[in-house]
Design a protein around this ligand. Sequence first.
Ligand code: NAD
Ligand code: IPM
Ligand code: MN
Length: 349
Amino acid sequence: SRVVKLAVIPGDGIGPEVVAEAEKVLDAVTDGADVAFEKTRFSLGAARYLETGDTLTDEDLAAIASHDAILLGAVGGMPGDPRLKDANIERGLLLKLRFALDHYVNLRPSVLYPGASGPLADPGDIDFVVVREGTEGPYVGNGGSIRTGTPHEIANETSVNTAFGIERVVRFAFAQAEKRRQKLTLVHKTNVLVHAGGMWKRIVDEVAQEYPGVAVDYLHVDAATIFLVTNPGRFGVIVTDNLFGDILTDLAGAVTGGIGLAASGNINPDGAFPSMFEPVHGSAPDIAGQQIADPTAAILSVALLLEHLGLSDEAQRVTRAAREDIEARDGSARTTAQVGDAITARLRA
Ligand code: NAD
Ligand code: IPM
Ligand code: MN
């Protein structure tokens, strides 16, 4: 039978709590299946940094890269911890993985599941996916400052946009749009970021010629935040740059019943490197260690992982179990483990 080598990075804060539940679900759905997951656990994140001073060693990176896929919880230490003053776990670990493993598609679906309690009175039928560019934009770390710490400091953070990088993610987004709602919205800020925005717009218009069935529109990012609240049902696929995509997907998570439900995949569609699946949320230091985090986002990330690996039946079973659990929620408090157990029980039923 097939063996999948899975790297597991529980990380910090609520990361280990939600990953434990995601693993329960993965074990349950593959129990008796024709596929076996061989897991390697990597101790990375703020805790590892505090212990050894390492953020991501070359050895760890090479070992992770030799797996078929990655499941990650969240990384990021306690805010204000003076021992983390010189660390940058987010850049040095999470972004390093996304860049080194060429995760140029950051796929973030937003679905309002029946029974999910979102903040909108009349949300409509929300079912879109944000295709967030994952390897460029303001995230590349192309910046610096001079006269640092003085009143005359100048700090630059350059957004890097390449025609190659935009075209490949735009092509992925069109292929998604063809499969769902035949609707693609480019989100950018072409009225101000004329150079980068202009190139995004041109490339979208060019690729659109090959997809006559897909309706294409454009929104400035500020206006996109309006429609994500007033009419999120209008979206099919949103394609956007790395930073705009980051911001929009937290908002999208909030309108679809909370960030505790929002899953994501950092995908290398070419298959040259393992893709990495993780909740959209972070390490949530404000609730860490209390067993009150919702593990559903991590569990739905397992569904994305299974789908990516071509295990569609298993993926659908996980999504269905999570969906049924969401629908059955009555507002009474459950621990992180109780949510994981309930979803696992549905899978085993
Ligand atoms: P966050 O997503 O960790 O938390 C934002 C709010 O959402 C908090 O109130 C938190 O309690 C709540 N929340 C998050 N996940 C939840 C869940 N599963 N169930 C219930 N409530 C949940 O964002 P933040 O506070 O801006 O960041 C905290 C740390 O995490 C920072 O160090 C940040 O850099 C890092 N971070 C990491 C990732 C990642 O590893 N992928 C993503 C985002 C943020
Ligand atoms: C996310 C996070 C990361 C991002 C941070 C922690 C680097 O917010 O996955 O959404 O900005 O991409
Ligand atoms: Mn984010």
